[in-house]
Design a protein around this ligand. Structure first.
Ligand SMILES: [Mg+2]
Length: 113
């Protein structure tokens, strides 16, 4: 799966969400998508705390690595949905940021070998 393929699949999710729960305008959709990232990040944090035995015993008893992975995917998916709503070229901006990090820390580009 490429990033573009991921984005294309989330465009279908975005269309579905916009049809099922229509919001007034673009600003409301950006706000809703941003709040969803915060919600999902909270859920991921909860799962990570559980994985570190820093939660109630009842939560720790229900821990599974798949729950952490699912919440990680929810965070990533909600970030992609915000990027789609804001008409970002997600693949391009991620590559730009990786290039920036490589340059900043003088890292070798292993994809060029
Ligand atoms: Mg979630």
């Amino acid at each position: 799966m490429t990033i573009q393929n991921l984005v294309d699949q989330y465009k279908e999710v975005s269309d579905f969400l916009n049809n099922k729960w229509p919001l007034k305008d673009h600003d409301q959709r950006v706000f809703a998508r941003t709040m969803k990232i915060v919600e999902e990040l909270g859920e991921l944090s909860d799962e990570i705390l559980t994985s570190m035995n820093l939660q109630r015993d009842t939560k720790i008893a229900k821990f599974s690595k798949q729950n952490v992975e699912d919440e990680y995917a929810d965070v990533l998916g909600s970030l992609i949905l915000l990027g789609i709503e804001m008409d970002m070229d997600i693949e391009k901006i991620i590559q730009r940021k990786i290039d920036y990090t490589r340059d900043r820390f003088d890292m070798e580009d292993l994809t060029q070998k």
